[in-house]
Design a protein. Sequence first.
Length: 174
Amino acid sequence: MSLRSRTAGAALALAVPFALAAVPADAAPVPDPDPFVWTDLTPTYTATADYQYEPFAVTDGYARSDTCDKDAVNGKGGAGYHYVRAAGVGSLDPAEPAGLLYEADADGGRALVAVEWIVRAGTGTAPPTLFGQSFQGPTTVPGVSGPVYTLRAWIWKDNPSGLFALWNPTVTCP
């Protein structure tokens, strides 16, 4: 082993504990999803790309909401404005999310940040899974009656809490 290799190895061994010490003790690591999930999400990107222009979503049947959803209890961030297409509720098709999530942008418009699958929660029913992730809930979603299970994918805005996290700390409500 060369001196250069040993020096690099020693430097790495010393750097790791210091890097880990910089992480707050109460910060739970967010597990990365299976790398192949990005391939599984390709139909979702394709199906929702046009909705980056918000009026197209409304034209295609997504009901616009003026209520911005945020975690008021724990302060974990926001979800934004839910746009729901009733015909998509119950779908587990990656290309057919029932919900779109938007946040207010600097120009007074709305920017697409995430997609959401919504499935009605019946008595005694277990949450479904998609992309290897269990849906969260039961909860309520604006524009959908009764309790539902949801799965959000933050494909249009990075989420430090994770790709499938319920809240995004970088999304704020006005």
